[in-house]
Design a protein around this ligand. Structure first.
Ligand SMILES: [Zn+2]
Ligand SMILES: [Zn+2]
Length: 470
């Protein structure tokens, strides 16, 4: 059996791993590379394998760095099944179309420049129509429902506790070449205990070969409860200054967690009466998908909903909360003069309506930019987190006078100890472990920690496009 690491190798985005076994080709994830515009466009446009040669694709979860290039896979000739959980499929229905529209708009921008320079126009990586077509290839499978997906290969999804519908992937494979049974486990993105709405990550009882994420492989997150307290303080201080709290957030997952948390803070009067705006059409669509999948909820949110008795409480709606869909409503937020909280995508501040709000408010010292998610290298978000004095937004320079706060407790990712604990809990430890989905120094640090902790284990950090025989 051969594994080739075609993405998220020594970096975080672009998750794509190809398994070749018994003359079949299984693709784990088909994510988008995010970061520098030109390089990522090239990396996303041309798939590093022949799409027609892939027999089946397994999708760990709906985040764009895992699902975002699925439409291009289908556009490039893939005709197999894309297997995901139910919630992942429904989230992809909104997210991939949204991504298609981003690709279309991106190309408009690039082509304006090309026209000026007399260069030929370029095509979008995929369109909304391509994204819609790719949805026809999805088939769904619930958690803990092992199913044979091809002769000699059984797939089980387990709850990864990272976002709604997120799964880690167990493949039980009869490898005909070696005559061995191999259990290959792909962690996808692992969550952490205590994340609101969703259940804690399930444990994995055994693995022979493990492909594991390492996003926060050298860090520890503060507990969620402490960070809720800090969030309370940050909101109250900004309110007293008369400022606006801008929260850049993934429309998917993070926004719903924030809304639910703010709902709880508001009900308990832990924050002042402050209007909250979720300024993202995608977040609105995704919130509907959240309402459709109570099978993924944890006990805490169920109990919260039931406090309303028969008129069950909607965790994603409360009096001070407004969802803004139309761009005219979004623009009105520019004229807000009172304290408010504005949640908008994208999480790494690379696109979306958050850019307009940053442009409008980053020079105002009353503003707080509250960062609750991971910021990859070469993104505007990373520059802001590093408290750059000036930042470029839509090609213009702005002074960064805002108060920048980072709260890591809202992270949907396991930290170093969570990852170690997850491996520790396996009663049969993997003989081979490959760390992916982490920046190089972080992945290397975790590999070292794991080698010290689990003496019998071989832990490697594969290079991009490298292959291993297992
Ligand atoms: Zn993810
Ligand atoms: Zn990811």
């Amino acid at each position: 059996m051969k594994i080739t690491f075609h993405g998220a190798a020594r970096t975080v985005t672009g998750s794509k791993h190809l398994i070749e076994v018994n003359d079949k080709r299984i693709l784990l994830d088909c994510g988008m590379v995010q970061g520098k515009r030109v390089e990522s466009r090239e990396a996303n446009l041309k798939l590093p394998f022949d799409a027609r040669s892939i027999d089946v694709m397994i999708l760990s979860h709906a985040h764009i760095d895992h699902s975002g290039n699925v439409p291009n896979l289908v556009k490039s000739g893939f005709r197999g099944d894309i297997i995901s959980t139910y919630a992942t499929r429904d989230l992809c229905a909104s997210m991939l179309l949204d991504s298609g529209s981003i690709q279309e708009r991106d190309v408009e921008y690039v082509n304006k420049r090309h026209l000026k320079r007399g260069e030929p126009p370029v095509e979008p990586i995929y369109t909304q129509a391509d994204a819609a077509k790719s949805l026809e290839y999805f088939i769904t499978q619930g958690y803990d429902r092992p199913r044979q997906i091809m002769p000699g290969v059984t797939l089980t999804f387990k709850d990864a506790g990272h976002m709604l519908g997120s799964a880690f992937v167990i493949l039980d494979i009869e490898d005909r070449e070696t005559g061995r049974d191999v259990r290959l486990v792909f962690s996808g993105d692992l969550g952490r205990a205590g994340i609101p709405i969703i259940r804690d990550p399930e444990l994995c009882d055994s693995a022979d070969v493990l492909i594991m994420e390492s996003t926060y492989g050298d860090k520890l997150h503060p507990p969620y409860a402490d960070d809720t307290k800090r969030m309370e303080q940050i909101i109250t201080q900004t309110y007293k200054r008369g400022g606006v709290v801008l929260i850049p957030a993934f429309a998917v997952g993070r926004t719903q967690q924030l809304v639910y948390t703010l709902h709880q803070l508001a009900i308990n009067n832990d924050i002042p009466d402050i209007p909250v705006y979720v300024d993202s059409p995608l977040a609105i669509d995704v919130t509907s998908a959240f309402r459709l999948h109570p099978e993924c909820y944890d006990d805490e949110i169920r109990a919260f909903m039931e406090t309303g008795g028969r008129g069950r409480i909607d965790p994603f709606g409360f009096d001070m909360l407004t969802y803004t869909r139309a761009s005219s409503e979004s623009k009105k937020l520019n004229f807000l003069r009172e304290p408010a909280i504005i949640i908008a995508a994208s999480g790494m501040m690379e696109a979306g309506r958050i850019l307009h709000h940053l442009k409008n408010r980053i020079e105002d010292p009353r503003t707080t930019v509250l960062v609750v998610g991971f910021q990859a290298e070469n993104t505007l978000g990373r520059r802001i987190v590093e408290r750059a004095k000036t930042v470029s937004i839509f090609g213009e320079q702005y002074d960064n006078n805002a108060n920048v706060e980072v709260i890591e407790g809202f992270s949907g990712h396991a930290d170093r100890d969570d990852l170690l604990h997850w491996v520790e809990a396996m009663h049969k430890k993997p003989r081979q472990t490959y760390l992916v989905h982490g920046e190089e120094p972080v992945a290397l640090a975790l590999a070292q920690t794991m080698r010290e902790r689990f003496e019998m284990m071989t832990v490697e950090v594969p290079a991009l496009h490298s292959s291993v025989e297992v």
